[in-house]
Design a protein around this ligand. Sequence first.
Ligand code: UDP
Length: 239
Amino acid sequence: MNVERREKLYEGKAKIVYETNRPDLIIQYFKDDATAFNALKKGTILGKGVINNRMSAALFEVLERAGVPTHYLGTLSDREMLCRRLEIIKIEAVARNIVAGSLAKRTGLEEGTIIKQPIVELYYKSDPLGDPMLNDDHVRMLRLATPAELIRIRRMTLRINAILRPHLARRGLLLVDFKLEFGRRGRKLYLGDEISPDTCRLWDSRSKERLDKDRFRRDMGGVEEAYQEVYRRLVPAGA
Ligand code: UDP
């Protein structure tokens, strides 16, 4: 496929999205820039863009093989991913298997508490508002998704969790929680965005060592090493 990069469509905190010569395709470019706490904390994680691109590609391929439609079409370079162009739904769907982060704060449960039945939370993808949590009625009121789409988003999020959790466990990683974004194309929903240590909490199964963006958020050090370790476990050499 002969796809050429064209105008920048959108620049986010960690990625740039480009148009291509094909109206139905975009290119995601993964940067090393990192932000946390609604961009109050800014920094760089060297090599992160390459790792997030390659790791997302590997996980999108796992999901596609399991029958989950994703926007992923192929890897163009170390930092560039070719994707279907979607109409992005402005909801962040978070799945949780173990209590951490904002759930620990909101509930008073200790970080590390196992959640017997995985849960899904919805957040409004809005930088000016700081991504507030939403319930189904808010989603309907804001017309972010139809009730039927919301049911599918929840179902797909749980299904993706059920696929990724054992896949990561086999590689010595606990999938604590993660954030997904979806987009529509016609009547079909696709998983969009990325799946990486920026968007997942991943703990070493044995030591419970944090191998994700929490090392950056919480100034724990060893950030680059953690991303590399996840990459080493997930992306087969030479992929
Ligand atoms: N997350 C994300 N982008 C966001 C907010 C959260 O990718 O804008 C991910 C985060 O990495 C974690 C999960 O969603 O894997 C749940 O995050 P949480 O609600 O605990 O928020 P945090 O503690 O990160 O503020």
